[in-house]
Design a protein around this ligand. Structure first.
Ligand SMILES: Cc1cc2nc3c(=O)[nH]c(=O)nc-3n(C[C@H](O)[C@H](O)[C@H](O)COP(=O)(O)OP(=O)(O)OC[C@H]3O[C@@H](n4cnc5c(N)ncnc54)[C@H](O)[C@@H]3O)c2cc1C
Length: 224
């Protein structure tokens, strides 16, 4: 079933994972999506929108979004003030980023920074029996890494924390984890998050012979 271009969805929940990262749950708008799809969510005034990746599994009853509140952000800071019962404008799902689609789970690698983990949540919730061979997750502070234990139960996760040390993470950028990745000529690499990470990881893979057809990118944020 398709939904009209400017449907509204009722907010069911808003949960803070950190002082800046929250999870917004809205009622299922009644249409299908593929892990990696985004929707445009509008602020409550309904005049400005931004794309957000669906973090739910394809069979979940609620659509969840993992959102970083940017100071002064026109949309993210407004959505952060939603309460259950509010309604927000939402477009039908769209996108081209398809984690795991080009490879069986055993030959997919996921690399995320920050809320760029959202499409991988969707994949892991949708296809728990086909985990990626590795999932690299980079954050600035350990507290910014959301649902780490849940991820560890579902896939082979490596966490990198760049601005502090943490007992269960490598101190550094997610790119420091790259030497441990499989480079076998069949693996597909799915990168999501900050543009500089996407560029650095792509370059690292290309230098080692990975063709662009096996590097899939979704940019959420541009480095300031
Ligand atoms: C395909 C796609 C999917 C996306 N999915 C998600 C998602 O699932 N979760 C999510 O959190 N975001 C996601 N984003 C980013 C999101 O669309 C918005 O860009 C983000 O929420 C900021 O919008 P805003 O209206 O709040 O801020 P804006 O009003 O656009 O900007 C507010 C201020 O923040 C500054 N700013 C911009 N980038 C940064 C930065 N990296 N760090 C600090 N300040 C910055 C701007 O300069 C500006 O001053 C996605 C983006 C794309 C393109």
């Amino acid at each position: 079933m398709s939904i009209p271009d400017e449907n509204r969805a009722v907010v069911r929940s808003l949960t803070w994972h950190t002082p800046d990262i929250f999870e917004l749950g809205v009622e299922h708008p009644g249409c299908a999506f593929v892990p990696g799809d985004c929707v445009a969510l509008y602020q409550r005034q309904g005049t400005a929108s931004r794309p957000y990746s669906i973090a739910s599994g394809i069979h979940d009853e609620t659509w969840r979004f993992l959102i970083r509140r940017l100071p002064g952000g026109e949309v993210s800071a407004d959505l952060a003030q939603c309460a259950p019962g509010d309604s927000v404008r939402i477009t039908p799902p769209f996108g081209w980023f398809r984690p795991g689609q080009d490879a069986s789970g055993s030959s997919a690698v996921f690399v995320a920074t920050g809320t760029g983990i959202a499409p991988f949540w969707s994949y892991l919730r949708s296809y728990p029996d086909r985990p990626p061979v590795r999932c690299l997750y980079g954050v600035r502070q350990r507290a910014d890494a959301v649902a780490v234990e849940w991820l560890r139960e579902r896939c082979c996760l490596d966490l990198a924390v760049s601005r502090e040390t943490a007992p269960d993470a490598r101190h550094g950028r997610v790119t420091d984890l790259l030497p441990s990745l499989p480079l076998d000529g069949a693996t597909h690499y799915y990168l999501c998050g900050l543009d500089t990470m996407l560029d650095d990881v792509s370059r690292w893979l290309e230098v080692r012979g990975v063709g662009l057809a096996r590097i899939h990118r979704e940019c959420f944020f541009n480095a300031q």
